[in-house]
Design a binder for this molecule. Structure first.
Ligand code: SAM
Ligand code: SF4
Length: 360
């Protein structure tokens, strides 16, 4: 079965570069030779914050609760994905810790064994309620954590996230720093006139807790569609500001990782930059995404989705007996992946979903 992607934007996705049939066996290799090893699973589109670059303050259209994948459904998909070579599952959202069954989700995915042994279960979180949940998450098998923090200034944090909760985030980071999870990564979106004067301070904060700061170029993925290239702080600018304080030496061996890394003053600390806009890294991308409402996506910026719920929730679909159909859908999704995103193309159209509903 070849799945037909549902086009959710107004621009039709460009067809896969050749008319080769979708493979029916082997690993998840796309038509450009990229092997897919990483599946990001969004557990919810809801969030405890309202970051300006991600969600509108009010009036967000939430996914219907009935459309959200259940834990059983997520685990079933993860098992199939692992059998096709996915090694890392990153749980995200929205805010993954808002999901009431988060510990069970982690525990059940962590039990899955791929071709090369147990899979990795990572999470990207805003850190709120992390301190309370971390011991259970680790006991359940969580292996890696990324925590987002764009500013260490209380008022800025409240303005930027529209919630006065920086203490909860600090508490989450402190708990993570005291845990055995390493490397611990902190994510910050660099924004002009918002936090671009505290980039070194953010790095210093990360170093003080034994974490690695990764700056992210702001991407056109806000639900309010307000992204403006002129307010985006570029990789070049980030490096220039950090270079005024430290000597930065490139760390080789990036592989398929989104972040380019630099060693700070000879090490051991490092800082990363994820330059999706000015230095795209699509050529080595090994990532796929599953939205909370059961849509596979082959790129953050894609306008096409592959409907898993049509496979899992159609009449007569029996849990445990649809692995082949799920695998076929994943293969179609991989096969339809374009060589790169088109953010820098004048015809680029922002995806209809905001980052919180895609899964960052
Ligand atoms: N709520 C969790 C968090 O904030 O870490 C997980 C979901 S969030 C969508 C995942 C990551 O995407 C965060 O690090 C966030 O800063 C980043 N992000 C969200 N919107 C973005 C945008 N428009 N451009 C760049 N990064 C963005
Ligand atoms: Fe929530 Fe994360 Fe989006 Fe901020 S970036 S609004 S914490 S989902």
């Amino acid at each position: 079965m070849t799945a037909v992607p549902v086009v959710i934007g107004v621009r039709a996705p460009v067809a896969a570069p050749d008319a080769a049939p979708v493979p029916t066996t082997g690993a998840l290799v796309d038509t450009h030779g990229r092997v897919h090893r990483d599946l990001r699973i969004s557990l919810t589109d809801r969030c405890s914050l309202r970051c300006t670059y991600c969600m509108p303050e009010q009036g967000n259209e939430w996914l219907a609760r009935s459309s959200i994948l259940s834990t059983d459904e997520i685990v079933e998909v993860a098992e199939v994905a692992a059998s096709l070579g996915i090694r890392t599952f990153r749980l995200t959202g929205g805010e993954p810790l808002l999901r009431a069954d988060i510990i069970e989700v982690v525990r059940r995915i962590a039990r899955i064994r791929g071709e090369d042994g147990p899979v990795e279960v990572a999470m990207t979180t805003n850190g709120i309620s992390l301190a309370k949940k971390l011991p259970d998450l680790i006991a359940a098998g969580l292996t890696r954590l990324n925590i987002s923090i764009d500013t260490v200034d209380r008022q800025r944090f409240a303005d930027l996230t529209r919630r006065d909760r920086i203490d909860d985030v600090f508490e989450g980071i402190a708990a993570a720093a005291a845990s055995e999870l390493r490397p611990l990564k902190l994510n910050a979106v660099a924004m002009r006139g918002v936090n671009d004067d505290e980039l070194p301070e953010l790095v210093a904060f990360a170093m003080s807790v034994g974490a690695q700061l990764r700056f992210i170029e702001q991407m056109p993925l806000d639900a309010g569609h307000t992204w403006d290239r002129s307010t985006m702080v570029t990789r070049e600018e980030i490096l220039e500001k950090l270079g005024e304080r430290w000597q930065l030496d490139p760390v080789p061996g990036r592989g398929g990782a989104p972040a380019e890394k630099w060693r700070i003053d000879g090490g051991p600390h490092e800082v990363g930059v994820i330059a999706s806009v000015t230095a795209p890294f699509c050529g080595a991308c090994d990532r796929l995404r599953l939205t909370a409402d059961g849509q596979f996506r082959n790129c953050l910026f894609s306008n096409a989705e592959y409907d898993l719920t049509a496979v899992m929730r159609s009449e007569g679909s029996v849990p445990g007996q649809r692995a082949d159909a799920i695998a076929a859908l994943l293969r179609s999704c991989v096969h339809g992946k374009l060589p790169g995103h088109a953010i820098n193309d004048p015809s680029f159209l922002q995806p209809a979903r905001g980052m919180n509903a895609i899964g960052g």
